[in-house]
Design a protein around this ligand. Structure first.
Ligand code: PEP
Length: 248
């Protein structure tokens, strides 16, 4: 059975002092729920959040990682560095990293494999642009992202990966995919995973929808059969809003 999983993506928001204020409030709100939750925060907040969330069941994620173990890669962070401080998840292939930091399916794939090797669960983002949707290329595009992003990943490791379907046109725009559009693509993603792997392992994969999820639309998104969770940007910055989504 797939347990719903809601992850916040703080992007480049929140100093440590701001993260502390959030954590103090959120830890009090997050209890008595069966929904799993995590915050993917800037690197500078991670150590603090791991301590603040210890024993609460709330996970901590990074938003990027390098695929090499170590080396002369100025400004980068390795999976060992994340795992040593107790990070549980790491977003890879977010459309903002693909757009502004030249992330490709190939580097996404290297990062996914490195994270799995180090025991950190990748949250691998896929999703089409508006042009691709309008021209009908959306399914081929997302299939290629899945095939190339997961190349060489063993069947036994598949259930450790979270797939986040984030249509680029819905991120930070206030424009949410309709529940039907989101469900349709999440079902396509699950079927593609069945084709690449098999039904048993694909059935265990958490597939999230991301793109302008907020308290007002969380219920209808989360009520879809193939949507197991959400990756939440803007609305994860306020503890109350994030909790309202978790309480969908
Ligand atoms: C995101 O950045 O992953 C995201 C879904 O952002 P927002 O919720 O703000 O659209």
């Amino acid at each position: 059975m797939r347990i719903p999983f809601i992850a916040g993506n703080w992007k480049m928001y929140k100093t440590q002092a701001e993260a502390e204020a959030f954590a103090n409030e959120f830890v009090k709100l997050y209890s008595g729920t069966d929904v799993r939750a995590a915050i993917c925060a800037p690197f500078t907040d991670l150590r603090y959040l791991v301590d603040a969330f210890r024993g609460t069941g709330i996970g901590v994620g990074a938003q990027n990682v390098h695929y090499e173990d170590e080396g002369a890669f100025t400004g980068e962070i390795s999976a060992d560095m994340l795992s040593e401080i107790g990070v549980d998840f790491c977003i890879v292939g977010h459309s903002e990293r693909r757009q502004y930091f030249a992330e490709t399916n190939e580097t996404v794939n290297l990062k996914v494999k490195k994270l799995l090797e180090k025991g950190i669960a990748p949250i691998m983002c896929v999703g089409e642009s508006l042009e691709q949707r309008d021209s009908g290329e959306l399914y081929d595009f997302v299939r290629t992202q899945l095939e190339e992003g997961l190349a060489g990943v063993e069947k036994d490791d598949l259930p450790k990966i979270v797939i986040a379907y984030e249509p680029i046109w819905a991120i930070g725009t206030g424009r949410t995919a309709t529940p039907e559009q989101a469900e349709d693509m999440c079902a396509f993603i699950r079927n593609t995973l069945i084709e690449i792997y098999d039904e048993e392992s694909a059935d265990e994969v958490i597939i999230q929808y991301g793109g302008s999820v907020k308290p007002a639309n969380a219920t209808e998104i989360m009520n879809q059969v193939e949507i197991d969770g959400a990756l939440v940007g803007g609305a994860s910055l306020k503890a109350e809003d994030f909790m309202a989504i978790i309480d969908f």
